[in-house]
Every structure is written in structure tokens, then in C-alpha cells.
Design a protein around this ligand. Structure first.
Ligand SMILES: *Cc1c(COP(=O)(O)O)cnc(C)c1O
Length: 410
């Protein structure tokens, strides 16, 4: 093909039509072509600006095109983008040290996504248990309405039929319990169990925080039986709930924590954090990845984590989340026939509506008014704004949401 002709054709393609023709239809996309982002804002091709309360589903905690992340990426890209894990690199060591200094963990395994981090956690749990106790102790307990990823292992851990339908047979050895139900958990923790995996706040499921009583109980029971407790903080970790890690709210120490989404300011990265005792089961050759912890991703991660800490984004999430929650509770009082519940932790906020049709109309009205929200599980409006949001921006967003709700109710 003639090169200049190819370039010219590229410039004039209809992005939406070509996407729909050439890319598999796994996403129900919002019909906007996004060309730019800054802080909590996104711009489409026509130049229209949107306030983004979807927040890349929790992957934009430090804001779009965070200047610290951009600087780190640019500098690192000029030096070294990738070298395999056959070598040592400075950014990887620095990020690992920082993550362990600011968490319960002693050691880290770097990968490229949330699903991979969870996949690593599931594998490590089984390996730890089989080395210590032999075969037959491999069951992993997870909660109904959970979400842990789309790979076979993590899909099998995900306690929602809608994600699993048609993909069977799944990985054997998973047992589901009702979330926040201590009796159900107790009954599930047999001699064949090696680990429990839970989200501290169920994200995709609709922003359901774990109760204190529940996590205290689960930690106590799992400790007693040397069952590993894995906290999936892929969506709500790294400051969103008001603390750097969500488990900190509950005064418990997990055995493993998985993070991804916001860890590298938007660059693909995941990490599995564990205590030294547990991490020790992953010795030479037991697990690995080509790209995990690449210098480029690690440099971005270092900049993003530094930014989260330096700008006290967890504190901001706590303060603004509390103010938002007050306003949302006010909305629930004003619209008792539309809003069923408001809940959340920090800046992981859920507004449950009574009706899915209404939720869809609210979404459309918000978009018209320049606010991007997310509807999860049909009726739950989910807000995961970047943690760099200001009080005034939050107020504006909630006003736009109320306006949309009013129009949608007409
Ligand atoms: C998004 C998400 C995952 C999967 O992360 P990917 O990077 O999309 O693989 C796993 N767990 C939770 C709680 C998530 O929100």
C-alpha cells in the first residue's frame, strides 16, 4: 500500500463505524470519540468537555494525564521501555519498596492487570497450601455478586453467573458464599479451603462495602485455620476509600492484597502484595510474566504512588466523599420514589435507583449535560471520580446529576 495514501485514509476514517466493523463487540460503548483528558475532564472529538465520574472505573485516581506521571513516562521512555525480568531495574525496586513500606506486605509480584494480579493470588494460595499441607486443600471461597476478572481463574472466582454464562467448564475448586453473611462464611470454611478472596467494597456488583463485623469475623476464622485472606483492592485500593488501602478501615491484616487500575496513572500494571511467609511459596520458576513491572510501567507507578501520597489523595477522598454522601442522602430524601439507597466509602459511591429504565435515562441526560457517570448492575449509579477532584467540582457534578434525574423523571 502507498504509505501517504494510507496515512490520509487513516485521518478520515469514521472512528465509530470502523471500531464497530473491526473490533469485537465486547463493550457497550458510549458513542463519543475521546481525544484528550486532563484531571477529572475528558474531551471528545468535537471539543466538548465532560466531567468524568466514571473515572476509568477506578483507574484514574491521579487524574487524566497527570503531569508527574507524564514527566516520569517521558523520561523513562527515552532511557528504557522494557527489559525482561531476567534483569534487575531501578524503577521496579523503588516501586516495590514503596508499596511494601506503605502496606502490610513484605513482597510484591508485578504483572499487567487486575485479573493477572488476582490470578497470581489464586495460584500463590494453592501453592502455599499444597506445599504446607499436601493435596486436597485447594478450595477458594469467594462472595456472590463479586467481580475478580475475566481470565478463567478469576472468572471462576467471580460470583456472578452473568459473567460466566457459556464459558463452562470453569476452573474447579471455587465455593461461593453470600457477601456480609458470617454464618454462610463459617459453613464454607471446611478443611479443603486454602483461601478466601473478597473485595472490601464490591465495585462492579454495585458499591457494597463489607461490614466491620464481617471482615473481623472472616479474618479471625481464616487465621485460626491458616486459610489465606486475599483482599481484591483492584478497584477501591490506592486511596479511593479514604485510606491508601481499603483494608486499613477494618483494622485487619490480610495475607495478600491485589491492586491494579490506578497503580501506574493509567499505564497497564497490576501488583500482588503478600507477607514474606506467603510470598515464599513463589520461588524460582513458579510464576512469571514478560511485561510485569517493566521499567516504563514501574516509573509511572512510582510517579503515581508518589503523587497519591504527596497530594494526600486518600484524605481528599475521605473529605469529599463524606460531603458527597451528605448531598446524596439529601437527594434520597427529596426523591424517595426514585432513589432506593445511597452507600459507599470515600469516593466509591453508589446511588441505587428503583428502576433500570430510569437509570438509563439519567445516564443519557447526564451525558447531554457534560457529566459521565456509570450504571452498574442495571440500577446502581456508580461514581468513581478521580481523587484529584475538588469540593466545588464534586458539588457541580452532583448538581448535574440532580438536574438529569429531574428531567428523567418527567
Ligand atoms: C477491574 C477489576 C478487576 C479486573 O481488572 P482488569 O485490569 O480489568 O483485569 C478485578 N477485580 C476488581 C475488583 C475490579 O474492579
Amino acid at each position: 500500500m502507498n504509505n501517504s495514501k494510507g496515512m490520509k485514509a487513516m485521518k478520515h476514517i469514521d472512528t465509530i463505524a470502523v471500531t464497530d466493523a473491526c473490533i469485537m463487540h465486547t463493550y457497550k460503548r458510549i458513542p463519543l470519540v475521546i481525544t484528550r483528558g486532563k484531571g477529572i475532564y475528558l474531551w471528545d472529538k468535537s471539543g466538548k468537555r465532560y466531567m468524568d465520574f466514571l473515572g476509568a472505573r477506578g483507574a484514574a485516581n491521579t487524574g487524566y494525564s497527570n503531569p508527574d506521571v507524564v514527566r516520569a513516562l517521558t523520561a523513562q521512555a527515552k532511557k528504557l521501555i522494557l527489559v525482561t525480568n531476567d534483569f534487575y531495574t531501578e524503577p521496579q525496586a523503588q516501586l516495590a519498596q514503596m508499596l511494601t513500606r506503605h502496606s502490610f506486605a513484605d513482597q510484591v509480584f508485578f504483572c499487567n492487570s487486575g485479573a493477572e494480579a488476582n490470578e497470581g493470588a489464586l495460584k500463590l494460595a494453592r501453592l502455599y497450601s499444597s506445599r504446607k499441607y499436601g493435596t486436597g486443600r485447594y478450595v477458594i471461597v469467594s462472595a456472590s455478586n463479586s467481580f475478580h476478572g475475566r481470565t478463567y481463574g478469576t472468572l471462576s472466582a467471580t460470583g456472578q453467573k452473568k459473567y460466566q454464562h457459556g464459558f463452562g467448564p470453569l476452573v474447579p475448586g471455587f465455593r461461593y458464599v453470600r457477601f456480609n453473611d458470617t454464618e454462610d462464611m463459617q459453613a464454607a470454611l471446611g478443611d479443603d479451603v486454602c483461601a478466601v478472596i473478597l473485595e472490601p467494597v464490591q465495585g462492579e456488583g454495585g458499591i457494597y462495602p463489607a461490614t466491620q463485623e464481617y471482615l473481623s469475623f472472616v479474618r479471625e476464622q481464616t487465621r485460626r485455620k491458616d486459610i489465606l485472606l486475599i483482599m481484591d483492592e483492584v478497584q477501591v485500593g490506592l486511596g479511593r476509600t479514604g485510606t491508601l488501602f481499603a483494608y486499613e478501615h477494618y483494622g485487619i491484616q490480610p495475607d495478600m492484597v491485589t491492586i491494579a487500575k490506578s497503580i501506574a496513572g493509567g499505564v497497564p500494571m497490576g501488583a500482588l502484595l503478600a507477607t514474606r511467609d506467603v510470598a515464599g511459596a513463589f520461588d524460582y520458576g513458579t510464576h512469571g510474566t514478560t511485561f510485569g513491572g517493566s521499567p516504563l510501567a514501574a516509573a509511572a507507578g512510582l510517579a503515581a504512588l508518589t503523587s497519591i501520597l504527596r497530594h494526600r489523595l486518600p484524605g481528599n477522598a475521605k473529605k469529599i466523599g463524606a460531603a458527597a454522601m451528605k448531598k446524596l442522602a439529601g437527594l434520597k430524601k427529596r426523591y424517595p420514589d426514585a432513589i432506593k439507597d445511597v452507600r459507599g466509602l470515600g469516593l466509591a459511591l453508589g446511588v441505587e435507583l428503583f428502576d433500570a429504565g430510569l437509570a438509563a435515562r439519567v445516564f443519557d441526560e447526564c451525558l447531554k449535560n457534560g457529566l459521565i457517570i456509570n450504571i452498574t448492575n442495571g440500577t446502581i449509579v456508580r461514581f468513581l471520580p478521580p481523587l484529584v477532584i475538588t469540593r466545588q467540582q464534586m458539588d457541580t457534578g452532583i448538581s448535574l446529576f440532580e438536574k438529569a434525574l429531574l428531567t428523567a423523571l418527567k
